[in-house]
Design a protein around this ligand. Sequence first.
Ligand code: HEM
Length: 127
Amino acid sequence: MTEVEIYTAIGEEGFEKLIRAFYDQVPGDPILAPMYPADDLVGAEQRLRDFLIGRFGGPMRYVEQRGHPRLRMRHARFHVDLAASQRWMELMRRALDQAAFPAEVREVIEPYFEQTAVSMINRAPIE
Ligand code: HEM
């Protein structure tokens, strides 16, 4: 399966399930919780979900509302070190487990998340 076919395969509901399962874990996570806006987790959930939907062949709502993603730039104000990146991926892997997509879907989106989570690192491990 190619990246743009993912939206057709799992639909709006698939992305909702995945990103809900991810954000459900955020408030209880000691590394990630302090980074996310506690009073706007619903908004954060919507931004990530809309971004992914556009990225994987669905409607381009994220770009329409927020403009060019420039993800590294948008993450520059957060302290994303190796530990934070790995933790983010850990939560996402658990969310993927819960979403229980067909193997051919997971095979495409999990490596994408792994690569993007590494590329978001913007701080050395020790400062
Ligand atoms: C590597 C660890 C990561 C950390 C610690 C992190 C942290 C954050 C935080 C704190 C926000 C702000 C929440 C909000 O108000 O929207 C955010 C936004 C966002 N993140 Fe991440 N993130 C990580 C990786 C990723 C990855 C891998 C992706 C994409 C696959 C991603 C996509 C986004 C998007 C689309 C937004 C919304 C940006 C905006 O429009 O302002 N992030 N991230």
